[in-house]
Write a protein that binds this ligand. Structure first.
Ligand SMILES: [Mn+2]
Length: 326
């Protein structure tokens, strides 16, 4: 629930600012990108202020066609001495200071930092205002609430961005925490947003990505009586995917009997991205043991070791989990 006091602080900070920067977490996902772009648009429509949207890392290819995508700028393309009065950091996943990446240099010079997220922020000290609601399914849900509470004017671009954010973070409405996000989606549909068009707009990955991900699925290794599926994207294949490999995880997650899904991505010869998914089985403790983190059923880590060593370590840790449940 957004309070009047939060609204007042937001309004005061934005009014007093001449240069507003908006940030998503490093390697932003659909919710991060579209929530930032929707907020940027809302500020322009309602405050007539100039805003700059900044990210670090890479943006998934399937988000290339979202409205205003070109407005999102890689941090190294921003003038080094750019002035920043207010920084709005969104969808940061708990740690603002850790997750913003190279864009931190611009956030740090802001007079005020405003944080908006559907995770509880652990870096509250650096923020003048935190609008956190961990009952929200997406950051876009909070943007929508803010827009309604403040009585802001919106347009079709904002509505489409919010729907795209909600669809990506809820996995097409599979991961809702309560009915609120569905009521918002209903309002957006009534406003004219087409769910099917929004989803097919996201189904536009490059051919090389799908072919590479399918090849990786084809070579999946199975362990512990098929309860664990492990797929690998080697360094040669890694350049063909957009850094994630979601299709691999989705396909293996559809397989009968599979409870744990592991995807090892050889980003560099000695840097392995580990993605873990559990079907009703928690995987976050394993991710933490590997030096990473995440959610109960979707977590990951980046390890600096060879593919072979990382695979052994992951299997050893998961063997304990599998046995626990027997
Ligand atoms: Mn999110």
């Amino acid at each position: 629930m957004i309070t009047q006091k939060q609204l007042d602080i937001f309004d005061e900070k934005i009014r007093a600012a001449n240069s507003i920067f908006l940030f998503a977490h490093k390697n932003p996902d659909g919710d991060a990108i579209c929530s930032v772009l929707a907020m940027a648009r809302l500020i322009e429509l309602n405050y007539d202020k100039e805003v700059t949207c900044v990210y670090d890392g890479n943006i998934p290819d399937n988000l290339d066609d979202v409205p205003l995508r070109k407005r999102f700028r890689f941090f190294e393309k921003i003038e080094e001495d750019a002035r920043v009065d207010v920084a709005i950091v969104m969808d940061m996943d708990c740690r603002v200071t850790h997750n913003i990446g190279g864009a931190a240099r611009f956030m740090e010079r802001a007079r005020d930092v405003i944080e908006i997220d559907h995770h509880q922020n652990e870096d509250k000290d650096c923020c003048a205002l935190c609008i956190d609601d961990d009952t929200a399914a997406a950051t876009a849900e909070i943007v929508y609430e803010l827009m309604k509470r403040a009585g802001w004017q919106a347009d079709f671009v904002v509505w489409r961005l919010l729907m795209t954010a909600i669809i990506t973070d809820t996995g097409c409405f599979k991961y809702v925490k309560n009915g609120n996000v569905l009521r918002i989606a209903a309002d957006l549909v009534d406003a004219g947003v087409d769910i099917q068009r929004t989803i097919s707009g996201l189904n536009n990955k490059p051919r090389k990505t799908i072919v590479t991900e399918a090849a990786s699925v084809g070579k999946t290794e199975f362990y512990f009586k098929n309860r664990l599926a492990l797929a690998i994207i080697d360094n040669h294949q890694y350049k063909n995917i957009d850094g994630r490999g979601e299709t691999v995880l989705n396909l293996l997650g559809q397989m009968h009997g599979v409870e744990y899904i592991v995807l090892l991505k050889e980003q560099k010869p000695d840097q392995i991205g580990v993605s873990l998914r559990g079907r009703g089985r928690p995987v976050n403790t394993v991710a933490v043991a590997l030096g990473g983190g995440g959610h109960e059923f979707a977590a990951g880590a980046v390890m600096h070791d060879s593919l072979e060593n990382v695979k052994k370590k992951v299997l050893d840790l998961l063997a304990k989990e599998v046995r626990k449940k027997c």
